[in-house]
Design a binder for this molecule. Structure first.
Ligand code: AMP
Length: 210
């Protein structure tokens, strides 16, 4: 099953994706995580995108589409994938349709007030990329990832100036994808307001058709 996770920053896409991987047994592909790891490695891609990402803007379509196209050619996606954070523009969605068939686009429905609360407290593992939250889902040991022991940090683009920019970018460039996929008849709305376990149930219900 080929799935897209669509929704504003902080809606819980990455957190649900970790659970969905266990349920569906298909890989989770996060373009944001790929970029962050390129930045950590100081690779040519990382050097090219760092300032753009820190400012909360979008990496250009050409670079991002090429990255996803290459990733989707991998053998591990033969049975499907969860694309988290891609597509983010209509041009990306059209490109994706030219090289892969999407079965469903999961729309994470959440009000702005919850987004700000979630992003303000979000912490990420530098090693495995899992998300935590200082209030809703803290690590057992301060500053240490529960899963891999990696260092926990705050993303530069979760700082207030970048968050405002990311929300604006989402509204202008990414939100139109909701109608794009609704018109194709493959949009699944998921109420993303509750805690993780309930969102997982909402997700399973949506996949099962209601
Ligand atoms: P995310 O982890 O999905 O919040 O992505 C973090 C940042 O990576 C975004 O704010 C963008 O700067 C960049 N990024 C991730 N996915 C894309 C994409 N599909 N198109 C352009 N930029 C992206």
């Amino acid at each position: 099953m080929n799935l897209i996770f669509l929704g504003p920053p902080g809606a819980g896409k990455g957190t649900l994706a970790v659970k969905a991987v266990e349920i569906l047994n298909i890989p989770h592909i996060s373009t944001g995580a790929i970029f962050r790891s390129a930045i950590a490695d100081q690779s040519p891609l990382g050097r090219k995108v760092k300032a753009i990402i820190d400012a909360g803007k979008l990496v250009d379509d050409e670079t991002t589409i090429e990255l996803v196209k290459e990733r989707l050619a991998g053998e591990d996606v033969a049975k499907g994938y969860i694309l988290d954070g891609f597509p983010r523009t209509i041009a990306q969605a059209e490109a994706l349709a030219s090289f892969s068939k999407t079965d469903a686009a999961v729309n994470f429905d959440i009000p702005d007030s919850s987004i700000l609360e979630r992003l303000g407290g979000r912490r990420v593992c530098r090693k495995c990329g899992r998300n935590f939250h200082v209030i809703f889902n803290n690590t057992k040991k301060e500053g240490v990832c529960d899963y891999c022991g990696g260092e926990i940090y705050t993303r530069d683009d979760d700082k207030p100036e970048a968050v405002q920019k990311r929300l604006e970018v989402y509204r202008v460039q990414t939100a139109p994808l909701i109608e794009f996929y609704r018109n194709k008849g493959i949009l699944l709305d998921v109420d993303a307001r509750p805690g993780v376990d309930e969102v997982v149930e909402n997700f399973k219900r949506a996949l099962a058709g209601g």
